[in-house]
Ligand binder design. Structure first.
Ligand code: QAP
Ligand code: CO
Length: 174
């Protein structure tokens, strides 16, 4: 399965992703293809909608202390639901769908979710730190929300200007 990352301002990223009901080979093939795509593009998190599949599935692989992302640390999260969220934290986020732009975003510090694994088994996960931030970022994708939507009006304007310039440069290099 050959996947392409959908990039802002593609309207596809605004779609609301649908609940996964079939935990079949099609889902497994998609998840299996998402992992190398994420690693090869230097990602730590990827939602299915970012590869044009509007389903409530996301993967995460937070680097360890050495900066490694072994596949055994891969988290596959299907149909996540937030059951608890507390505290506040600010982190400079980026997104594979918004290349080369990073900005501070406010999130909950800790989060507890229920979700399903690739076989449909129900799981609970309590997260803090970068994992908690990444879960919130990826779950926003399921609603068609991007981290740039969370910026102040002034920062968003700064983003639109910088991003247009970056896109121009990238087109010239392509
Ligand atoms: C979401 O983001 C996230 O601009 C995952 O040129 C972000 O993997 C979770 C990336 C922050 C927690 C904190 C971005 C790679 C990767 C770029 C990513 C780029 C290359 C972003
Ligand atoms: Co993202």
């Amino acid at each position: 399965m050959n996947l392409t990352i959908v990039e802002y301002p593609d309207k596809k990223l605004r779609e609301k992703s649908k609940e996964v009901e079939c935990f079949d080979e099609t889902l497994h093939n998609l998840l299996d293809a998402m992992y190398p795509k994420m690693i090869n593009t230097n990602g730590i998190g990827l939602a299915a909608i970012q590869v044009a599949q509007p389903i409530r599935a996301l993967i995460l692989n937070i680097p360890d202390e050495e900066g490694n992302q072994p596949e055994e640390n891969l988290l596959e999260i299907i149909n996540p639901v937030v059951i608890e969220a507390a505290g506040e934290t600010i982190y400079q986020e980026g997104c594979l769908s918004v290349p080369q732009f990073y900005e501070d975003v406010k999130r909950h510090e800790t989060i507890k979710i229920n979700y399903q694994d690739r076989d449909g088994n129900t799981k609970t996960l309590e997260a803090e730190g970068l994992l908690a931030i990444a879960i919130q970022h990826e779950m926003d994708h399921l609603e068609g929300i991007l981290f740039i939507d969370k910026l102040s009006y002034a920062r968003r304007k700064k983003f639109e200007k910088e991003y247009k310039k970056l896109q121009k440069e990238r087109k010239q290099n392509a």
